[in-house]
Ligand binder design. Structure first.
Ligand code: ADP
Length: 264
C-alpha cells in the first residue's frame, strides 16, 4: 500500500515538475517574443529620423553646402532630426528603466500647484506656436502639498500637456485642474478640446509604441512612449490614471496623488 502511495506522490511530483518546466519555457518564449517586438519597434522608430538626417547631410555634401539659400535651412532640419533622435533615445531609456523596475522613486512632499506652474512656463512657447491657451483652474491657494517623486510627476504632467498641445486644435485650450478628494487624495486633470480619441482605441493608449493614427501622429513627432511612461510612473506611486475622451470634442487625462500629512 505504501509503495502505491509513494508511486502516486512520485507521479504527482513528476507532473508538477513537468508543469513548472512548461511554464518556464512558455515564459521564456513570451519574453523572447516581447524582446523581438521591442527591438523591432525601436529600430522602426529610429529609422525615420536617421534617414531624414542622412538625407539632409548628403544633399549638403553633394553641393548644397555652397548654396547660401538652402545650406542653413538644411543644417537646421538635420539638427531637428538629431534632436528628435535624442528625445526618442531618452524615452527608450526611461521606459526600459521603468519596465525592469530599475527606477527608484525619490518620494518627498512637494507643492503640486507650483509644479503645474513651472510645467506651464516650460511649455508656453510650444502652446503659443499653435495658439493654444494654457489655463490653470485654481480653486485653491498655494500650497497643495502632495507626496511623490516631484521630478517624475513633472514628467507625467509634461507628457500629458505636450499631448494636449500636439493633439489639440489650433487656437484651442488646455486646462489643468486640481481637485481634493476624500481619503487624502487629490486628482490632477489635463483637459483639451482637441481631436479626441475613438472609444475603441482607448484601451490601447497606454501600450508602448501605440498610436491611434500612425501617419498623423508621426507628423506630430513623439515616440509613442509618452503615455506608457506616464502609466508606469503613476502606478509606481500606487496611484491611478484615467482617461475620458470623445472624438472631435476633446480628451481628459487625470491621475491621483496622495496628500501630504501636513496638508490642510
Ligand atoms: P505619441 O508620441 O505618439 O504622442 P503617446 O504614448 O504620448 O505617444 O500617445 C499615444 C497616442 O495616444 C498618440 O499617438 C495619440 O494618437 C493618442 N493621444 C494621446 N494623447 C492624446 C490627446 N490629448 N488627444 C488625442 N489623442 C491623444
Amino acid at each position: 500500500n505504501s509503495i502505491t502511495t509513494d508511486m502516486a506522490t512520485l507521479t504527482q511530483q513528476i507532473d508538477q515538475f513537468a508543469k513548472n518546466k512548461k511554464i518556464e519555457i512558455e515564459t521564456l518564449t513570451v519574453r523572447e517574443e516581447y524582446r523581438k517586438e521591442f527591438m523591432g519597434n525601436v529600430s522602426h522608430e529610429l529609422k525615420t529620423p536617421l534617414f531624414t538626417v542622412q538625407g539632409y547631410l548628403e544633399t549638403l555634401l553633394d553641393g548644397a553646402i555652397n548654396d547660401p539659400n538652402v545650406s542653413g535651412k538644411y543644417l537646421e532640419r538635420a539638427n531637428k532630426g538629431v534632436e528628435r533622435l535624442i528625445y526618442i533615445v531618452k524615452d527608450l531609456d526611461m521606459i526600459t528603466k521603468l519596465e525592469v523596475g530599475d527606477l527608484s522613486l525619490d518620494v518627498a512632499p512637494f507643492d503640486i500647484i507650483q509644479l503645474v506652474q513651472s510645467v506651464f512656463e516650460l511649455l508656453e512657447m510650444k502652446a503659443a506656436k499653435k495658439k493654444i491657451t494654457l489655463t490653470f483652474d485654481m480653486h485653491y491657494k498655494h500650497p497643495i502639498m502632495v507626496v511623490g517623486d516631484a521630478e517624475r510627476i513633472q514628467q507625467v504632467l509634461t507628457n500629458l500637456i505636450v499631448n494636449s498641445i500636439k493633439y489639440g486644435r489650433e487656437k484651442g485650450t488646455t486646462e489643468v485642474s486640481i481637485e481634493k478628494l476624500i481619503k487624502n487624495k487629490v486628482i490632477v486633470r489635463v483637459t483639451d478640446n482637441g481631436e479626441g480619441i475613438e472609444k475603441k482605441n482607448i484601451p490601447r493608449l497606454f501600450e508602448r509604441f501605440y498610436r491611434v493614427d500612425k501617419s498623423g501622429s508621426r507628423k506630430e513627432g513623439g515616440s509613442g512612449l509618452g503615455l506608457a511612461i506616464v502609466k508606469h510612473i503613476v502606478e509606481a506611486h500606487e496611484e491611478k490614471i484615467y482617461v475620458e475622451s470623445e472624438i472631435n470634442i476633446g480628451s481628459e487625462f487625470s491621475f491621483t496623488l496622495e496628500k501630504a500629512k501636513t496638508s490642510v
